[in-house]
Design a protein around this ligand. Structure first.
Ligand SMILES: C[S@@+](CC[C@H](N)C(=O)[O-])C[C@H]1O[C@@H](n2cnc3c(N)ncnc32)[C@H](O)[C@@H]1O
Length: 353
């Protein structure tokens, strides 16, 4: 029998440019990655949003096309702002694009365009992260190769932009307890709060023409896993306006957060629901590995005298706040029948230790 502890995950088939299905100030954190403007695999999607974009591309007005693509994404960012609670954080994973149009190679800087939009909406811009992606591709020359001056720098990073709506979130009562339980390990903190993330693999959206593409170009689970751990508490609600392969929802399940996500393609939602209900063992393995990593850290530094002890995990910890860390293994993920075709609802149940 499933235990009492559970989280809820609602997946809507909808267009995120209009999120009237979701109430104002109802989510604690947004973690997402949009279709990337000027990356070829998304051209047709942007053309379907606004025919003018296709026309601008046809006549090689690439910068105008780029701007119009972003105006479609702007509508999503405005909706995210509306549904975020005050003090809530928005993390956007975005890669800039390089592309040759009409014989001219250039950069289309999506991260700076989104940053400008966030400022215009009144969000606080927080320090961002460069996700440096290891690539197995052989040293590839762009442009004139070894000859100056027409060689181009190879892009091996994406941006993780971080914004806050309004003033810092305040915690009191039960919220404070959940915040403590959600604390992260000292050694995780040292790595995750760095402004360059290395060693997180992932092939994204065919940047630089590299890598295989799938239909949704998902990011690796480690990205939303870190962001959700860093910017929300257990039982918070995480929102993703671009579900794709559902990585943000999976990370929310793993971390005992609730989630809401939106996807324009119905079959991606169905596929996700069909798969995730069989992933309990895989997710539990990740939960166990986290605990093992901490044990390894303690063993490797066994010369230290540990001042604090976490009774729940039965392990020493470095800082006072880590004494409260708790995470539970999953017992079951269930797709709930709700008779509504436009929303699929998953419930994740946890073993309470
Ligand atoms: C870059 S992918 C998201 C990847 C996701 N973060 C993951 O890890 O799988 C973008 C997704 O957004 C969906 N999408 C694009 N425009 C949308 C819109 N206006 N509303 C809802 N979903 C949209 C696409 O179908 C695609 O699955």
């Amino acid at each position: 029998m499933p235990s009492e502890r559970k989280t809820q995950h609602k997946l809507y088939e909808a267009d995120s440019r209009n999120l009237s299905i979701i109430e104002d100030s109802s989510v604690d954190l947004v973690v997402t990655s949009p279709p990337y403007p000027m990356i070829e695999m998304w051209d047709r999607l942007f053309f379907s949003f606004n025919k003018e974009i296709e026309e601008k591309m046809r006549i090689n007005e690439s910068m105008n096309a780029f701007e119009l693509m972003h105006r479609e994404l702007d509508k999503v960012w405005e909706e995210c702002y509306r549904i975020l609670k005050v003090g809530g954080i928005m993390c956007i994973v975005i890669g800039d694009a390089v592309r040759t149009i009409d014989g001219r190679f250039r950069l289309f800087s999506s991260h700076s365009r989104i940053l400008a939009k966030a400022v215009q909406m009144g969000m606080y811009v927080l320090p961002s992260i460069i996700w440096n992606k290891p690539t197995n591709a052989p040293n590839k020359f762009l442009g004139s190769g070894t000859l100056p001056v027409g060689a181009y720098v190879k892009m091996e990073h994406e941006h993780i932009l971080i914004f806050r709506k309004g003033d810092k979130r305040k915690f009191s009562g039960d919220d404070n307890i959940l915040r403590r339980i959600s604390s992260i390990f000292w050694e995780e903190r040292n790595e995750w709060y760095s402004d360059i993330w290395r060693g997180v693999n992932g092939k994204r959206q065919g940047l630089n023409g590299e890598g295989s593409r799938n239909r949704s170009a998902g990011f690796p689970l480690e990205i939303p896993r870190r962001l959700i751990s860093m910017f929300s508490s257990i039982e918070d609600t995480v929102f993703d306006p671009f579900l794709g392969e559902g990585t943000t929802v999976t990370a929310s399940i793993l971390l005992e957060r609730n989630s809401v996500a939106v996807e324009i393609e119905r079959d991606l939602i169905d596929q996700y629901c069909k798969n995730i209900v069989f992933q309990t063992n895989y997710l539990n393995k990740l939960i166990d590995e986290r605990q093992m990593r901490h044990r390894d850290f303690i063993q490797k530094n066994s010369q230290n005298e540990w001042k604090y002890f976490n009774d729940f995990l039965k392990m020493p910890v470095v800082t006072a706040n880590e004494r409260w860390i708790q995470f539970n293994r999953l017992s079951e993920i269930v797709l709930k029948e709700n008779g509504n075709n436009n929303v699929s609802e998953l419930i994740a149940f946890y073993d309470e230790c």
